[in-house]
Design a binder for this molecule. Structure first.
Ligand SMILES: NC(=O)c1ccc[n+]([C@@H]2O[C@H](COP(=O)([O-])OP(=O)(O)OC[C@H]3O[C@@H](n4cnc5c(N)ncnc54)[C@H](OP(=O)(O)O)[C@@H]3O)[C@@H](O)[C@H]2O)c1
Length: 285
């Protein structure tokens, strides 16, 4: 029931994934935790050489050790996506290690749930735009020489860029989520437009529902909501390696998108009401 409600289509067949990625190089950003870590482990189990990028080198080394412990190959690339020099340095290491990339899983991301009217909204917005938009875009462009060159895989030649996005990038703006929703939607559209210009590169947007990872831990209301595990999310994220999909989403997402088109006013009023209730409860607490 939980899986039927939450789960987008997925690649549960490790043999199919093996046919697509074994012996090939795939970069996973945000591989030190959550969805990225689980995706890296799955790609490693399928025989890919997994390039692991994130800031925490010690965590990346643990993930690499797990991959290598099961006979796989992993390369650790510590980098901070919010720092352009660090992104350029990481891209140089990727190109030197793997001149041909079969895939990039653009997964690293940050979220913040905070009222835009409180604190330092510019800081939230700018921080999230750097990690969720400009850093990953800079990295992809720097990897141009390695993308589109891969040959002989089960789905045909070329490379796939998998953008790990969120269902929230597709529905109406929710109070306190503006910086996150805006940044996720911005990168998704940028990626779709960029790959359309790019010979030999196809893009896939994966709109994940809630996933039980460190990212959602600070949001108390999420603790009781149904969520995918990181391992289940990794099965969803790896689907574009075995099927030519451009969009992967839970079955109910189109309904939410249509509601945003058909009755945006009702939704906006409902969300504004929920925000007023939450703010009142916070003032009382
Ligand atoms: N969890 C959910 O419910 C959910 C739902 C929909 C979509 N998503 C998306 O799924 C992706 C993964 O999220 P998650 O839930 O797995 O979160 P997570 O466990 O917090 O992992 C986030 C990853 O991003 C990396 N990262 C953060 N800032 C970075 C930076 N400046 N430079 C390089 N790497 C950075 C982190 O590594 P370091 O800290 O080591 O740098 C970590 O590996 C995100 O794009 C998120 O938007 C999550």
């Amino acid at each position: 029931m939980r899986r039927a409600l939450l789960s987008p289509p997925a690649c549960r067949d490790l043999r199919a994934l093996r046919a697509a990625v074994a012996g090939r190089a795939v970069l996973v950003t945000g591989a030190s935790s959550g969805v990225g870590e689980a995706t890296a482990l799955r790609l490693g189990a399928a025989g890919a050489t997994v390039l692991l990028l994130a800031r925490r080198e010690a965590r990346l080394r643990e993930v690499a050790a797990q991959i290598e412990g099961t006979g796989g190959r992993a390369v650790v690339i510590p980098a901070d996506l919010s720092d352009p020099a660090s992104v350029d340095g990481a891209a140089r290491v990727v190109l030197a290690t793997a001149p041909v990339l079969t895939g990039v899983v653009s997964n690293a991301g940050r979220s913040v749930r905070r009222r835009a009217l409180d604190g330092a909204p510019r800081a939230d917005l700018e921080r999230l735009l750097a990690v969720n938009v400009t850093g990953p875009a800079r990295l992809l462009l720097a990897l141009r020489p390695a993308l589109g060159q891969s040959v002989g895989q089960s789905l045909g030649a070329g490379s796939v860029v998998v953008n790990v996005s969120s269902v929230s990038a597709r529905h109406v703006g929710a109070p306190r989520w503006g910086a996150y929703q805006g940044s996720k939607a911005a990168f998704d559209l940028w990626m779709q437009a960029a790959v359309a210009e790019w010979p030999g590169v196809r893009g896939a947007s994966v709109y994940l529902p809630l996933v039980r990872t460190p990212m959602i831990a600070p949001t108390r209301t999420y603790r009781r909501l149904p969520a995918l595990s990181a391992a289940e999310a990794a099965e969803v994220v790896t689907l574009p390696f075995v099927r030519r999909v451009v969009r992967v989403a839970p079955w109910w997402l189109p309904g939410a998108e249509v509601a945003g088109i058909v009755c945006p006013g009702v939704l906006a009023r409902g969300l504004a009401w929920a925000e007023r209730v939450e703010a009142r409860l916070e003032r009382r607490a």
